[in-house]
Design a protein around this ligand. Sequence first.
Ligand code: SF4
Ligand code: SF4
Length: 493
Amino acid sequence: MRESYTLHRTNNCVVIPIRNGSHLIYNRLLNNPIVLDSDSFAFFMSLTFITFPLTLSEDKHELVIFLIENGYFFKEETDESTILKNSHTKHLSDLSSGKTLVALDLRISEKCNFGCKHCIVGQSEKSKPLMKEQMAIDAVNAFMACSKTGGIDLHFGNAEPFLNFNVLQATYNHLNEHYPDAEKRVSVNTNLSLLNEAKAQFLTQSGITTYVSLDGEKPANDAIRIFKKGGVGTYDVVMEKMSLLEKYGHPIEGISVTATDQNYQFFGPNFIDWCHTRGYTSLGFDFDLINPLSISVDERVEILHSMWIRAEELGMEFFGTWMTPFINITSKSIMQEEYAFCKGIHGRAISIDGDGQIHICGYSDTMLGHFSKLHESIQPGGKLYALVESRLVGNVSHCHGCEIEGACAGQCYATCESSQQKASEQCIFYRKVTKKFLETYAGMEESWHYIIQKGGDNHGFPQAQSSPRCFHAVEASELLLISPWKWMGFSKF
Ligand code: SF4
Ligand code: SF4
């Protein structure tokens, strides 16, 4: 005789009505969204527990097994907390053995020749030294000694790295000479204003990926992105330098934009058209992640949604930090792999400042020890280890019970460092924008079968210059893979 046992429906199921009685359901800790048609949804809601062996019709049996596999029913002794605990234990073990470390950001210049009104770097740069060549090289060596991934994504930031271009070149050459077999990706975020023929030639020949910040068309950009000396707008200079890069066969494929109170009115579907006309295939766009905004959360969501619709129509990539919880819900689950809001807080990327201090990213002020002690920082009891552990899904106390806890897990750490008020406002924003995009996708019949998904192992760096927004969490290349959207309905059987 087969053993009898009972599974209970999770208390963590979030339900979003779609249309014609269809509903989107997801587990707020494990994600795994599923669209259920009206009959299957009614059946699901009628099941507060399931007793095995099952005595159900074939279609209901199949649905029940599918729901169990996706984390909607559990034995009492193995609920979500067991899954999270096991996954976290493995991830922290990987962290301490260097298996997660893939990306190194060197803040070779925390000085900038721009005086952008929204830039956090500009507010505190006076005491920051340019990184010395030896420190940059030592930091690379320390990272390579600690990382067990066999590769490195090296990024130069975090204000205007072209102010320290010699160190950029020397570090790039050192990496190639001393680690010829490592898998390497090198990128830089720049305002481009200091580009000349020699730099353009070097960037082109080295294949260093060059990210350029431009905050929209001339009126939008020049409303906030200005030269420190004289305070005039930077648009004309940046466009001229983009042409110089293009001349060397290194064209800019996309731009990254920060919307603030000063320039948000310039953005909407028309801006997508402007980007398309200029030949950009990719647009990174975020509202200021650090400074307060007077534009309402609802208005922000509407602007993003209308721009996204236009970008979809034109086949352009449109992305930003705002998309992180949506992407995590639709493509990540702790049941399959560990993840976090961003690579920094996940323990995959670190940033090193001009004093040699480790941070989780170029925007965070929290110091996690000197890079020469990186190995200690990732061990139990170390500062990086403790920070990563504190922000894993389920470990952030103020997130307990939140409807997107498993997808957001405490949001942007740099935002939380800035102010409690900003972080609370961002919570409302993330919940609303995620729901809006879930409703949109689940309501589009074609998306029941296909949805954009975060790519396999992309370890790039933010496309923003040192301004308070971040593309560390979501990048254009992460939107390229397509996988099936889970749909369940009795009519499918
Ligand atoms: S940070 Fe805010 S929105 Fe994100 S999971 Fe926590 S409570 Fe929810
Ligand atoms: S989301 Fe970006 S800015 Fe925020 S903590 Fe992560 S890497 Fe830093």
